[in-house]
Write a protein that binds this ligand. Sequence first.
Ligand SMILES: C[S@@+](CC[C@H](N)C(=O)[O-])C[C@H]1O[C@@H](n2cnc3c(N)ncnc32)[C@H](O)[C@@H]1O
Length: 344
Amino acid sequence: MRKTTVTPADLARQIGRIPAQPGAREVSSDMETQATGVMSGVIEGAGPVTRPGERPTVRLRDEDGAAQEPPRYAPEWLRLREPADARARAIDLLDPLRIRLANLPGRTGGLVVHDLGCGTGSMGRWLAPRLDGPQHWILHDRDPYLLHFAAVGSPRVAADGSRVTVETRRGDVARLTPDALVGASLVTASALLDVLTREEIDTLAAACAGAGCPALLTLSVAGRVELSAEDPMDEEIAAAFDDHQRRGGLLGPDSVTAACEAFADHGASVKVHPSAWRLGPDEAALTAQWLRGWVGAAVEERPDLAARAETYLAARLAACAAGELHVTVHHSDLLALPRPTGGV
Ligand SMILES: C[S@@+](CC[C@H](N)C(=O)[O-])C[C@H]1O[C@@H](n2cnc3c(N)ncnc32)[C@H](O)[C@@H]1O
């Protein structure tokens, strides 16, 4: 079985010849040949991913038995979603966050922000210019390829003109220890919680509590999608997609509830705000990619849907191309503020 590793230059050429199910950037080429009709044409690494070994498109082990790398996200997909993410983010959470940051016990210098699962760094590009004061961002991801993009495209200037610096750290954020967060002012994440397990979210909450820092955890899928006009198949696809997201103990649409519980168990006060994508004709490229990923994951979960799903997807894509499709993909943003310490 041959493995295809995708370079940025390849990505543009790949639309139209890759697997129905989006997810990993490393796919077995013999699985590529199974992509058919409208179910092909998705950016590899777009949409949901699951644990290594749980996707038939991801090779589990090399011939020598070495463990395979986790699925990887395509920078193209992250770039495509960045403007919609920026519009969706819950700005109502910023004031309570700013107040807490201004009153952090022992804060003398600038902010130190750890962005977990940073991808190409969209969270920093959005948040850094909305916070005052010098900032040092520590960008964590397990994918060095994405960390490279994040470093190159990092924010430089804070809201008040102060300097913003960044460093990157490659590693598994699901195993974060309080030690790793020593000196942190803030932990952020975007589109990460739903690909973690309950245990991993507990670990994250414990690490934040240990460091006494707030956490802004944004754009976790809420498991609700609305498409206009409604179609009888919408619910079936949505349910299969949600089941797909929960594979292997991942939380998918249950992640925000789990995170609320985990942070509350550690004494934090938690605020949750909606942060839905509202996609119309101006976001047709994102909508089309999202649709392919959404339906592809549903079919991977329930292969019996394949024939009907292909017809459904073709109709949805046609409506999208005609500027007639509107989609709301519900997400949630969560702000966890630890119990104040140090007499504050
Ligand atoms: C959906 S992408 C979101 C990227 C970015 N935060 C954004 O909003 O564009 C999820 C990111 O989390 C990273 N990731 C997922 N699980 C991880 C883990 N256990 N450790 C480190 N990075 C992880 C992936 O490599 C990917 O970059």
